[in-house]
Every structure is written in C-alpha cells, then in structure tokens.
Design a binder for this molecule. Structure first.
Ligand SMILES: *Cc1c(COP(=O)(O)O)cnc(C)c1O
Length: 398
C-alpha cells in the first residue's frame, strides 16, 4: 500500500533528538530559541514564537488582539476546522465566505462580508498556495473600512483596522511577490504537525510582521509569557541561581514548544529548500505531466507569475463528475493499494457547523471544489515508480 503522507525520519533527525534528550534540557530552551531565529531569518522577519500547534498559535493571536464575544472574524468555508474553531473558542462569530475555483478565499467575498464588527480576517493558504495578500491588505486598509473599524482596546487602536491573521499551516516556504509567506500578512501561523511539509510531530510558529508602529520584540516577550501561563519567567530562567521568584501577569495558555520538537525542526529547516521542497516539486511536476494534457482532469495551479506554492497538497479535480462518482473513484484507487484523500470537506457540511446554522448551499464554489477533488500522495520518500503507480491507479479507476 502506498501511504498518503508518512514523515521522513532519518539519522540526522534521530541524532539531534537524542542530543536534545541527553542535553539535560528537554522543554522550551536553547533549541526552541534557535529554531525561532532560523524561521525568522528564513522568512526575513523580525520575530517568531514557536508553540505546540498552529491551532494554539492562531488562538493565542486572536486573544492577543482582544477578539471576543460580539466580534466577527471572516474565514473561508473551505478549510480545516482548526481555522474556525479558534474563533468559536474566543466567543466571537465566524463569518464564513466562499472561495474561488483556486481553493483560496475570495477577496470580493471578504469585501462583502466586512462589517463594523469585523476584527480579523483569516486567509488560509490551501495546499501551500498563498492567498491574494496584496488585495486583502488593500481591503483592510481601505479608508471606509478604517473609518468603520471600532477598536475595543489599545492594540486594536494601534492597528486601526481589522487584523490579517494568516493560517499558513500548509505554506512554509511558499513565495508571494518576492516574499516568503510569514512576511506578507500582519501575523502568519505555520503548522509542524506530522502530515505537514516540515514536522516536529506537533508544533507551530507565529510570525510577526505587523506594521512599524508595533514593537515586535516587546510583543514577542509578551507572547512568550502568554504561551506559558502568563508567568514572568520560564522554567530555564528559573534555574539560574537565586532566580526562583516569579509573578503571573495574566491567566495565560500552556502551548510552548519543547526542545525535543525544536531539535527535529532545526534539522528539517536546514535542508528544507534543497531537499524537501525540491522533491515535492518534482512529484507535483510528474503529476502535472501525467494529467495535464488529458481534459478529464483539472490540475491545480502551483506556480504563477506572483506565487510559488510550498507543494503541500496536490489537489487534482476530475471534470464533470458528482460527489458520489468521486467517492467511487477514490474507492477504486484504494483498491489498487494507493492512499488518497480529500482536502477538505467544507465546514458547512460538518455537524458542528451545520448546528451553528451554516448551509453548504450558500457556498457553491466550495462544494464544487470539494465534490470533484482527490488529493494524491506527495512526500519525500515517494519514489518515481510509486508516482507512476499512483497515476496509473487514478486513470484506471476513472
Ligand atoms: C493542519 C492544519 C491546521 C492545524 O495545525 P495544527 O498544528 O495541527 O494545530 C490549521 N489549518 C489548516 C488549514 C491545517 O491543514
């Protein structure tokens, strides 16, 4: 059976994890700090905070901005539940909008969904392809939008408009108009979950690229504490002689990254472009080669004039089929020992969101994208022969 997305774990990773285990310091410490610096350098931004998941990072930042009951956050209907559950956890109202045929949130729909209650917009870089950030930033910087914005605290007043909080769980290493993701939205959150391009088993990173009237260093310090119970000193600082006394400034979260996780991340980031992205691109190109000239298939965009994907998900669509036919095709592909997937079931089709009143009939593009989509396996250890096996299985099944 060809698996869908196993992690690539080799001696370099095992050795670095063992070194972390033997170092005498296993939770947040020097390796986490170094990993944060390396991500900041990679994305060309000032500050990065690592946490234990992207979900935790997104929720932390909504709280940092003071998003709460009565507020609205604009989100795409076509995403994973993590993007939207964090809005619900904050007590705010998710305002779901439809996406474009390229799977990404529609800027036009964002514009229509804006209200004086809008506190944040959460674009999602589905499959690793960056959203239309320049257009999204233009929308939030629109004079009328700024005038209608109702700040409820000092941070919101300083920004003077809705926050653009990017769910970049898929898009580490992607490019948008000459910049890496991480540097294009106000705040960007990456995921290092086991199925993502770069993994620390579980993990995430918060990238700060706020306007210049924000002090990234001060926010970083505040977030360090906020991700560790709101405590004035972390465990490492407390180990220094005589440095035992601490204070708690606010009731914080517990979502810090461990040095064991950071050990994995350091090894992977070091070779991410040359090894991981290179191989993923080769596999994407091989699929495009196999399906691109056959008009039964609709291949995904992953390199355009303005954007380069991180090659996270190869979202193949079949033309002129129903959802039931797609399910049958997938079943046949599985029967040929190839694992495939669907990214994603639109949120209005899931019970929790149906119960909140969302209806898939209001999101026709999301439904169309979903109903004809099959995600093909892409991972470092997938061989050229296996890629051919996948292509043959898909064509035979269709
Ligand atoms: C994986 C994923 C997340 C959540 O990442 P975690 O690190 O598991 O919390 C968020 N959004 C999207 C689109 C994802 O695919």
């Amino acid at each position: 059976m060809i698996p869908f997305s196993p992690p690539h774990i080799d001696d370099a990773i095992v050795n670095e994890v063992v070194a972390a285990l033997r170092s005498g310091w296993i939770t947040t410490g020097p390796r986490t700090k170094l990993f944060e610096q390396k991500i900041a350098e990679y994305c060309c931004i000032k500050k990065v905070l690592c946490v234990n998941s992207a979900s935790a990072g997104l929720e932390l930042m909504l709280h940092w901005f003071g998003v709460g009951p009565g507020d609205e956050v604009i989100v795409p209907a076509y995403t994973y539940t993590a993007t939207v559950e964090v809005v619900v956890h904050c007590g705010a109202t998710p305002v779901m909008v439809d996406v474009n045929p390229d799977f990404l949130i529609s800027v036009e729909n964002i514009r229509k969904a804006l209200s004086p209650k809008t506190k944040a917009i959460m674009p999602v870089d589905i499959a690793g392809m960056p959203c239309d950030y320049e257009e999204i930033m233009a929308v939030v910087n629109d004079e009328e939008v700024r005038r209608n914005f109702q700040p409820a605290n000092e941070t919101q007043e300083r920004l003077g408009r809705p926050l653009v909080l990017s769910d970049a769980a898929h898009s580490l290493g992607a490019w948008y108009k000459g910049k890496h993701t991480g540097a294009v939205a106000d705040i960007t959150v990456f995921s290092f979950h086991a199925v993502k391009n770069l993994t620390t088993a579980e993990g995430g990173a918060i990238c700060l690229a706020l306007p210049d009237n924000f002090d990234a260093e001060a926010i970083y310090k505040q977030l360090c504490a906020f991700s560790l119970h709101g405590q004035s000193k972390d465990a490492l600082a407390k180990t220094q002689v005589g440095n035992w006394r601490y204070d708690v400034y606010e009731c914080g979260y517990k979502c810090n990254m461990t040095d064991i996780a950071a050990a994995m991340g350091l090894v992977e980031l070091d070779r991410y472009d040359a090894m991981i992205l290179k191989r993923r691109k080769e596999i994407f190109d091989a699929y495009t080669q196999a399906f691109g000239s056959d008009d039964r298939f609709q291949i995904p965009e992953y390199e355009t004039a303005d954007k380069t994907s991180s090659y996270h998900v190869y979202a193949l669509r079949i033309r002129n089929i129903t959802e039931a036919q797609r399910d049958t095709i997938m079943q046949r592909i599985f029967e040929q020992e190839v694992s495939v997937n669907v990214h994603f079931i639109p949120l209005p089709m899931l019970t929790a969101y149906k119960n909140m009143g969302y209806n898939i009939a209001d999101y026709p593009v999301s439904y169309d994208n979903y109903s004809r989509e099959i995600t093909l396996p892409v991972y470092y250890d997938l061989t050229d022969e296996q890629v051919q096996q996948v292509c043959n299985a898909v064509k035979r099944s269709l």
